[in-house]
Design a protein around this ligand. Structure first.
Ligand code: 9D3
Length: 230
């Protein structure tokens, strides 16, 4: 898969994706992912490389100008081909879910535009992006961390990116829409706290039953919306 990321802070996304030691960096090194990071300022035409301006109509903060973002996608299209999706990161986008990540993981070429400041000129969402994505109902300072979250969630669904594919299909949300059951490893007793005895029993049917019941209980407690009775 080809991924192009456009940002005013290229180092913020390059480090974890391409210089880091994570799953994604390893997939890049192995040639499964072809990621390029573009500095939005390289697509400005003025001496001061200005990427933002005051909002029409007034209000606080600055807005990302449309021209550099359109110029960046034009260049990406010329050099890398027509992308399958152009994603705008935005707090008012569609919330990222497993379903969205799975859909994007089947595409050939993604462009991710990182929003900043108070927002992005709406013509980018309407006439350049094919979709806009939020990572959840909280505010972060810009689209770079959300872009990293989106790329990681999508990449690990591409066959071969994660070594043990069983751990991908067993993930929360991929499995049955329930949260994960509790996990334990050795020692069987730590500072007086014992591992649930059923896990040491060797009774696989009993273990499955216990895990299912724990996953249900945890989902009821933390995420009743997933059970349809929020
Ligand atoms: C909702 C906050 N906005 C109200 C005036 C201002 C604003 C704050 C922070 C607008 C943009 C930002 C920067 N955040 C993102 O660009 C962003 C984001 C986020 O803040 N939360 C969840 N997902 C995302 S994706 C991009």
């Amino acid at each position: 898969m080809k991924i192009d990321i456009v940002t005013i802070f290229p180092a913020m996304v390059t480090a974890p994706l391409m210089e880091g030691e994570g799953i994604v960096a390893r997939a890049v090194a192995r040639g499964l992912l072809d990621i390029r990071v573009h500095d939005l300022r390289d697509f400005t035409t003025d001496r001061h490389r200005v990427v933002d301006d005051m909002p029409f109509g007034g209000g606080p903060g600055m807005v990302l100008k449309p021209e550099p973002l359109f110029a960046a996608v034009d260049r990406i299209r010329d050099e890398r081909g027509i992308p399958s999706a152009v994603i705008l990161t935005s707090p008012d986008g569609e919330r990222l879910t497993h379903r969205t990540a799975a859909r994007l993981s089947a595409l050939e070429h993604l462009v991710v535009l990182c929003g900043r400041y108070e927002g992005v000129d709406e013509r980018v969402r309407e006439h350049l992006a094919t979709e806009s994505i939020s990572i959840g109902d909280y505010v972060v300072s810009g689209g770079e961390l959300p872009a990293l979250v989106i790329v990681d969630a999508v990449a690990r669904l591409i066959p071969g990116v994660v070594g043990d594919q069983a751990s991908v299909s067993g993930d929360t949300f991929a499995r049955d829409g329930l949260l994960d059951f509790p996990q334990y490893t050795r020692p069987a007793e730590f500072r007086g706290h014992r591992v649930p005895p059923v896990l040491l029993s060797g009774h696989h049917a009993e273990i499955e039953k216990w895990r299912r019941q724990q996953a249900l209980e945890r989902t009821r407690r933390h995420r009743p919306d997933l059970l349809g009775d929020s």
